[in-house]
Design a protein around this ligand. Sequence first.
Ligand code: ADP
Length: 491
Amino acid sequence: MEKINKILVANRGEIALRIMKTCKKLGISTVAIYSEADKSAPFVKFADQSVLIGPPPSSESYLKQDEIIEVAKNLNVDGIHPGYGFLSENSSFAQKVIDAGIKFIGPSGKSIEIMGDKLSAKKAVLAYDIPMVPGLNEEVTDINKAKKVANQIGYPILIKAAAGGGGKGMRIVENDSEFENQMKRAVSEAKNAFGNGAVFIEKYITEPRHIEIQILADQHGNVVHLFERDCSIQRRHQKVIEEAPSSVLSEKLRAEMGKAACDVARSCDYYGAGTVEFIYENDSFYFLEMNTRLQVEHPVTELITGLDLVEQQIKIAEGEKLSFAQEDLKINGHAIEIRVYAEDPTNDFLPDIGTVDVYSIPTGDHVRVDDALEQHMEIPIFYDPMIAKLIVHDSTREKAIQRMIEAIEDYEIVGVKTTLPFCDFALKHESFRSGKYDTRFVKLYFSDPKVLDPSLEMLDAALATVALLEKKDKINDYYLPSAPTNWVSNR
Ligand code: ADP
């Protein structure tokens, strides 16, 4: 076993800060790399050493593999943590780090490669009898064959990009006549966004819940699961609210999904922390994909298990054995996380930019804020618009919901629009409170954002002002028609 003494965090924002806090707790020194847009960001100030790596666009900074490894070598770094997004699921980066004699705090390049492609992932797990969504688990090359399968499994069906991520590259097909046209569009979208036009088809589950299982595996063949997270409140197929445990799983199903997740990890000789995502409907679950990194919503699992997942990742990378077995793990209470995106929920969740004029966070024993913000800080337009996560924990789901409503009330962010009002709406909604909700929540209950506040009737008029239109134009130029492909997949 080789102890890691100095970690470079190849990331930015809240996750860079969160990783460094665990390093500090463990007595490990930290190195931040940063772009010009982040020069005064909290994670840069927090690190023991920080190095400017390049201009704001991530292709010229946070994605510069060789430069990052060079910095690590020069500063005698012995571990690189990739966080989520950016290079975290780049198998060649993982391998380059290892080749440079530095520990990659994540799985092997081989595991990343297998699970990085949804089709090769499905192939890998075949030997383990993992339930899968009905479909054609191979690249569609013959439209007629695919149409035949679509008719057998029944419409609606979903066309998905094998290399897809971030909820992008998915198209729903309602009937046979749309099939060919949608297929052509999906292939060209996949080519543009991921440089790989391979697509496949799955049955579109109409009342789906997104339930995922956190796993931990060491380098000695031990695999455990840390129960589930329910991430069914989504917009654009991307998560906004997550909770653990799920309100729909029986003990029996929890154990079955946990076992399936551990088997998925075994199928690619996985080590490290990972997440196996399933789609759930009516007591059935189907394997979607595995994310081979720390997940945005990992704090809810930390709060119900009492484990620090970053600490576990570091220990595993050092070659330690897991210090607990499956039967030692128990669910303690209930945790909820909301993602604070700099987005306007009243305008189709379009990203917002600007300066945070006022910033004040909720505090208390039951509340955790993982953020990357300070008062008067400017939100850079170059990166993912998630600026903070608010997490609460209490003994029951009802109490946790109440804690969250109070914490949202105490959270003050002035200067940019955020998803806080949407989350407040969702937490108070009967469908969420009863636990009987699915990924259609936004579509079913939030199609008219005026439900947030009657005064929003004024919004259309306000949007007509020149200043706002200019801001919108700036955002549109950057985010549309093709959002940056380095945005994080459905973390
Ligand atoms: P990505 O890698 O782009 O995040 P995923 O396969 O993880 O794609 O799916 C993202 C989300 O899309 C899921 O959480 C779910 O809401 C929806 N989704 C994916 N597959 C299906 C399906 N077969 N039926 C219904 N919804 C689906």
